[in-house]
Design a binder for this molecule. Sequence first.
Ligand SMILES: NC(=O)c1ccc[n+]([C@@H]2O[C@H](COP(=O)([O-])OP(=O)(O)OC[C@H]3O[C@@H](n4cnc5c(N)ncnc54)[C@H](OP(=O)(O)O)[C@@H]3O)[C@@H](O)[C@H]2O)c1
Length: 309
Amino acid sequence: MPVEIPTFKLNNGAELPVIGLGTYARKADPGQFRKAVEDGIDAGYRHIDTAACYKNEEVVGEAINNKIKQGVVRREDLFVTTKLWNDRHGEKDVIPSLKESLARLNLEYVDLYLIHWPMSVDSDGKDMKLDFVETWRAMEKAVDAGLTRSIGVSNFNEEQLTRLLQQAKVKPVVNQVEINPTLTQHKLVDFCKQQGIQPVAYTPFGLISDARPEFAGKDVIKTDPKLGALADKYGKTRAQIALKYLIQRGIVVIPKTFTPSRMVENADLFHFQLSDEEMAVVESYNIDHRCVPGLPFKNMMNYPFTELL
Ligand SMILES: NC(=O)c1ccc[n+]([C@@H]2O[C@H](COP(=O)([O-])OP(=O)(O)OC[C@H]3O[C@@H](n4cnc5c(N)ncnc54)[C@H](OP(=O)(O)O)[C@@H]3O)[C@@H](O)[C@H]2O)c1
């Protein structure tokens, strides 16, 4: 039986499933992406996160359309997110870029279109220094044109959001940023919530994940007995505790996995509740460490991060 994943209501009334399937992988063949999305939909995932820069929109779209044809889901049951890459921030480039994404996905609309990063960077890696407020104007037009149901941002800091909110006609529905037990982001999460912007956590495992061997040595959370004991108490894994911690904070999570059993595991979070003391145990792993610091953009005008570990 597919799992039932609850939703959070966005500021425009749309319902966003609190667990989505991440689809980024540095190395994977198209068949792996297709299978992951098909397995995810079979497992009960209705929220799929992709991006133009993941170079997998075609196969993600194939998987979605296969599942619609098979009668497993209807288009309106799904919440599909894709993202505008940094080299298409020019006001005249946004709608063509979204149309190209829709053509690759073979969908008539997406549910959410995000500005992937606040910086604009040309295809040679040069800082274009465009104002994201201008980019946002075109994002707003994409809603009017029916190409996307909602618009939002990713990797925006508080100052950037404040400026955007002062100028926007359409408020961003989400800010998708890295949040996990090793980067808890309380200040930004609180600000987003005050403004009615839903925080969405990418890389939700942080240093729990084996996917990032480059952080070996900083990954005590993988072996720390306190977290192990907490997981054992509920008959869950460390990964599930990390996801539950985020959802209990009112944050949407988009874990990526190609492993069907982990898809089920990552969505099996609704029959237990962490106490305040247990939430504090998870909090205690925070070291403000960014797994995704966007270092190639570090010296650019709209680079969003100041604290880096
Ligand atoms: N907006 C942005 O700038 C941005 C940046 C980064 C990511 N994202 C989005 O966020 C998604 C998730 O982030 P991410 O892919 O960086 O990291 P993640 O979801 O934190 O970690 C993915 C890794 O964790 C493993 N994993 C998944 N479930 C597990 C479990 N239950 N137990 C143990 N290991 C598990 C996966 O392995 P297997 O696949 O082998 O199972 C994979 O290697 C991305 O796929 C993408 O959609 C957005």
